[in-house]
Ligand binder design. Sequence first.
Ligand code: FNS
Length: 489
Amino acid sequence: MLTGAEVAKHNGRDDCWVIVHGRAYDVTEFLPEHPGGQKIILKYAGKDATEEFDPIHPPDTLEKYLDKSKHKGPVDMTTVVHEKAEESPEEAERQKQIEQMPLLEQCYNLLDFEAVARRVMKKTAWAYYSSAADDEITLRENHAAFHRIWFRPRILVDVEKVDYSTTMLGTKVDLPFYVTATALGKLGHVEGEVILTRAARKHNVIQMIPTLASCAFDEIVDAAEGGQVQWLQLYVNKDREITRRIVQHAERRGCKGLFITVDAPQLGRREKDMRSKFTDGGSDVQKGQATDGSQGAARAISTFIDPALSWKDIPWFQSITSMPIVLKGVQRVEDVLRAIDAGVQGVVLSNHGGRQLDFARSAVEVLAETMPVLRELGLEDKIEIFVDGGIRRGTDIIKALCLGARGVGIGRPFLYAMSAYGFDGVDRAMQLLRDEMEMNMRLIGATRVDELNPSMVDVRSLYHHGSVPADSLSLSAYDPLVSPPQRAP
Ligand SMILES: Cc1cc2c(cc1C)[n+](S(=O)(=O)[O-])c1c(=O)[nH]c(=O)nc-1n2C[C@H](O)[C@H](O)[C@H](O)COP(=O)(O)O
């Protein structure tokens, strides 16, 4: 059994051991390959790194990926000295906010979770989740666009019984939204994506499992129960053999949809994320791929993504899986028509939550452009159209369904609810959406989602990107870019 003092001797760049879960590992040769950069490992050279390691990596990461010769064996943890990190004023303030945070019952809508999360999350985690590309115009437009769509409700309709269930890629779901793929769930909560799995199960909605999850893929699938349906979101790897393995494994494990992300040949420049100088490490899938951690989390976890991905690759995907294929991140009707020609089963109209190309249009505006063209060509039943981005209210969901969406994906709200209140937070967020759907379906005069149609909305101002009513709730939660860099005193 090693002692803490013996491990502490290996505390430099040329001889670097760390302790994780009571076992010592020689990571000297791995240092340059670490996705999150070398700095974060060297900070724990010769010490116990478990607390820093866990929020980002599945527990079996080192056992699985580090050569056995580097496993130095168990450590007598009673002999390990844990330096109490000096609590920074920022961390002291965060702890105070946690003590004073509102009761879960005081959250009445999805934006309430965002406002709480902003105060209680660690800076790096908030920066990664909340950030978007460049000036974050599209991030805000995603939400604002819904405020340019008005309802044309029907009256004197018997709305005693309301059914907001639907089907997505052949799966019956209780609500017309799904949990979209968002990376690094353990940045926000120690359990990570499996919390979203459990909440999706409770509300019988689908979870899209991210390639860049912090939980291992099998951990997330194992957390599903009773025939719960999950989809796989795929960032295509430059090494197609790795991609083939991931896709075929997901199909074997029961995934019922392959969502290929097509709007991220390179992950966007998210300045809040970059400023937080992400050094916490990569996702589960990022083993052994050198990246530059100083560029924030996005850069630190995404160098494997293939920018050469193109339409010519679609037949290869159709040859390696029988899962329905959906292109996630389509942003113009011409590409929806190409997707139909290519024989894929669906598209997600999306700009990646504003995290990619700033000034990309909102998905709901692209939806309003797309559906009349598909109807004109008699193609509306040839493909399932999903939208995501800025969906915060039941009315946003209903507007999208009126315009022809099959369902909507929701990202940040469930991350914020999870980060602030764990499973109970996500459960309440989904229940709030259920309540809003029920009320607003009644008020619009519809009893089932297939009654929702374009005559129930007025989109005349949707295309005019003039000023829109001040969106105080969102603006009060919205976190402007942190102050520009200050010269050190
Ligand atoms: C908030 C968020 C979104 C991410 C996301 C991570 C976060 C924290 N990540 S990312 O790190 O690479 O950008 C992914 C991802 O893994 N794969 C993906 O297809 N979309 C990713 N997205 C985009 C997501 O799937 C939706 O398109 C977007 O979140 C919808 O907007 P809302 O957050 O406003 O609901």
